[in-house]
Design a protein around this ligand. Sequence first.
Ligand code: AMP
Length: 277
Amino acid sequence: MKTIIGLDELRASRLSFKGTVGLVPTMGYLHEGHLSLIRLARAECDNVVVSIFVNPTQFGVNEDLSKYPRDLERDLSLIEPLGVDLVWTPTPEIMYPTGYQTWVEVEAITRPLEGSMRPTHFKGVTTVVAKLFNAVQPHKAYFGQKDAQQAAVIRQMTRDLNFPVDVIVCPTVREADGLAMSSRNKYLEGEDRKAATVLFRALSAAKELYEGGERNAGTLRGKMKEVLASEPRATVQYVSCADYDSLEELDVIKGKTLLSMAVLLGKTRLIDNFVLG
Ligand code: AMP
């Protein structure tokens, strides 16, 4: 496994690859969720590239960029046994050199949900993913369903900009009690960690109604809010029952649907979702 930082080295390695290339973009501090993406890429592609880059442009001014957990040594030891060919760890100066002024912005689909709470977030995400696609030129790129809107936005960008990349979205990996794995879970301590299962419980309760035949989206949103309200430590930012592709809020559920939410536990912001249908 080769670990590289610079763009020139990346290009040289990319040129030496024969066959298909799979890319797994990450911000590091890896957990089983990331590893599941890497394992699938390994199974499907001749060459696997993992990028580790805490992308400053996707953090808002009041967000946790400087506190975002980092441990490259630990990340490399987790990746090593998976048979990855290349780990690329560019610096912010490589990705955004002095004078940088080009951005990729996706419109309507970035506005609701996460976009409503974090208005500059997706501009940073799409710009960095476009730059990763250009640099690595993967055939396939692997993303997690955990970040449902991110996956939808990247699918849209890939279509709109004609990137010849197959975007693969992988299922959310969870802890035994249902909490979706996330690098940010490290901040959850004691009672907040226990309370964090409320997201999974709220989604499960709404899914149960759906499976019992309920198709009124407002009723499902109401059920999720009711379960979340039962946890005094949780502050709800949004609860949504939306069309899976457009992310528009629904009145009545017809096709593939995304139940999603963002919840604060203390200062830790958690998101989670289920796909219905
Ligand atoms: P991050 O390092 O948080 O930017 O995540 C890198 C990739 O891993 C993204 O595509 C995430 O959606 C994905 N990911 C994060 N957590 C999980 C999880 N629990 N299960 C599956 N994929 C995940």
